[in-house]
Design a protein around this ligand. Structure first.
Ligand SMILES: [Ca+2]
Ligand SMILES: [Ca+2]
Ligand SMILES: [Ca+2]
Ligand SMILES: [Ca+2]
Length: 236
């Protein structure tokens, strides 16, 4: 009798040990927002439409952060100074935010074609998306001349804005510059080289101030500023 009791007891212990393991393997999603309840609880996410919200303001919704196994309350989950949006979590050559903008899946390297990695998919002109410039902002002040250029690819389409005084820049020239920055810049190209390329394009010499922000589809971001002050200028 005692032996049976011990057996029964050990059976109960075994069941209760196995029980929780089995149930946690199943994803419980009571509010049916495609995010597991345990993940919501872990990051203290509550309220309506929580899947769409972006509490850490890194551009990625909570649902995307869940799918990419990132922290929805931290802009830079792995502390490498690259924000979650510019990380390339599935390592297909395109950053998370760029993938979302292009309608690709940032959690899957082959999300559109079985045999072509997302980064190797080509745009209408035959350039692989991973090599493309996503955004280029240039602002120049040189004496009385001023220039502001904003180039961006949104949902796969180019958007170019030019504001200028004393310059005659065309959209075509902006496209040419972007193409150069796509073809001639590698991960090893120095900031000085990039700056010189852009300075040549605008015949920049003498006294000036230039600010450049360049971001590639792969998430690489380059910021360059240079100011050559005129010693005769009296700002006071
Ligand atoms: Ca977020
Ligand atoms: Ca995050
Ligand atoms: Ca990071
Ligand atoms: Ca992908």
């Amino acid at each position: 009798m005692k032996k049976i009791m011990v057996f029964v007891l050990s059976l109960i212990v075994t069941i209760s040990l196995v029980g929780p393991v089995q149930s946690s393997a199943k994803v419980v999603d009571k509010n049916k927002n495609k995010i597991s309840d345990s993940w919501e609880k872990k990051y203290k996410l509550t309220g309506k439409n929580l899947a769409k919200k972006d509490p850490d303001r890194d551009g990625l919704s909570n649902l995307v952060e869940y799918r990419l196994k990132l922290n929805p309350k931290k802009k830079d989950t792995n502390n490498n100074k690259v924000p979650d949006g510019r990380e390339d979590t599935d390592r297909d050559g395109i950053s998370n935010l760029a993938e979302i903008d292009l309608g690709l899946n940032p959690a899957k390297a082959y999300s559109k074609k079985k045999n072509v990695k997302d980064g190797n998919l080509k745009d209408v002109s035959g350039v692989a998306w991973s090599k493309k410039v996503k955004e280029l902002d240039i602002s120049i002040e040189s004496g009385r001349k001023e220039l502001d250029v904003e180039y961006e690819i949104i949902k796969g389409k180019e958007k170019i804005l030019i504001e200028q005084t004393g310059y005659n820049l065309t959209k075509k020239q902006v496209r040419t510059l972007v193409t150069q920055l796509q073809n001639d810049i590698t991960n090893k190209t120095s900031k000085t080289k990039i700056l010189n390329k852009i300075k040549n394009q605008f015949n920049l010499s003498g006294y000036y101030e230039i600010d450049i922000e360049l971001e590639y589809m792969n998430g690489r971001e380059i910021e360059i500023s240079q100011e050559i002050e005129n010693p005769n200028d009296d700002d006071d």
